[in-house]
Ligand binder design. Structure first.
Ligand code: HEC
Length: 223
């Protein structure tokens, strides 16, 4: 050890008190923490309860709430414009598909509210596969909108009108309409009847009822 550091050690010894405990011969000086460190430390202690009171019990909005509010404001604005066009119809829903902002909104609603049961890509899970041509409750966009709105509570599909704004339900229904034919990992087997989606102008026509059902389609062709 150099004389320099011995001198330094002696200086420290003069200024600092050696604490009186000793662990296996190791002792420590009673060095106070730097003031700036203590200031930050106390500031965090003061800040934490204020933060909790303001954001969790007071009027402060968490980032997710601000985001939800912004989305609702966005959908409300869209809804006003849409409702100005008249009644919700197959045609209005089809038109939404070419509206990028509505489709982005629809995708966000789908991923946050629907993907848990229908899969991230609509491939199905607890709920049916939404990418195939087989539907339990009809495959027109208006059928989808109705299923989303009133749900099938007895089968585990919620009535979303209690949780989503009309424009959100419209956006997500139109978005579900775009999933048709998607190639997805692990698609769930088809359920329901084969359904060919008709363009808005023909939607009220009779759908031929001799189209095969999902069960028939799943069976291997008789040889
Ligand atoms: C808790 C699970 C769950 C969630 C979340 C859920 N669904 Fe469903 N969904 C189901 C089930 C189960 C069915 C099948 C109902 C039946 O058997 O009649 C279904 C059926 C549907 C159908 C009808 C499919 C068909 O074959 O006719 C559509 C469309 C649909 N859901 C869309 C949505 C959308 C859009 C959302 C999000 C806003 C959503 N679902 C959220 C469980 C769910």
């Amino acid at each position: 050890m150099s004389t320099e550091s011995t001198e330094h050690d002696r200086e420290v010894l003069d200024h600092d008190d050696l604490l009186d405990h000793s662990y296996d011969g190791i002792q420590e000086y009673d060095n106070p923490l730097p003031r700036w460190w203590l200031a930050i430390f106390w500031a965090t202690i003061v800040f934490a309860p204020l933060y909790v009171l303001y954001f969790h019990f007071g009027g402060g909005m968490l980032a997710t709430e601000r985001y939800d509010d912004a989305m609702i404001a966005f959908f409300d604005k869209q809804a006003e414009q849409l409702l100005a066009l008249g009644e919700i119809s197959e045609g209005t829903l089809v038109d939404l598909i070419s509206d990028d902002s509505m489709m982005n909104g629809g995708r966000k609603v789908f991923q946050s509210k629907c993907a848990t049961c229908h899969g991230m890509f609509g491939e199905g899970g607890i709920g049916p596969n939404l990418t195939d041509e087989y539907w339990l409750h009809g495959g027109q966009l208006m059928d989808i909108y109705k299923t989303v709105r009133v749900g099938v509570p007895s089968k585990g599909m919620l009535a979303w009108e209690r949780q989503l704004r009309p424009a959100q339900m419209m956006a997500v229904s139109a978005y579900v309409g775009t999933l048709l034919g998607n190639q997805t990992p692990n698609p769930k087997a088809a359920q329901g009847d084969h359904f060919v989606r008709l363009p808005p102008a023909e939607e009220n026509q009779e759908v031929p009822d001799d189209l095969p059902t999902a069960e028939a389609a799943a069976e291997p062709a008789a040889s």
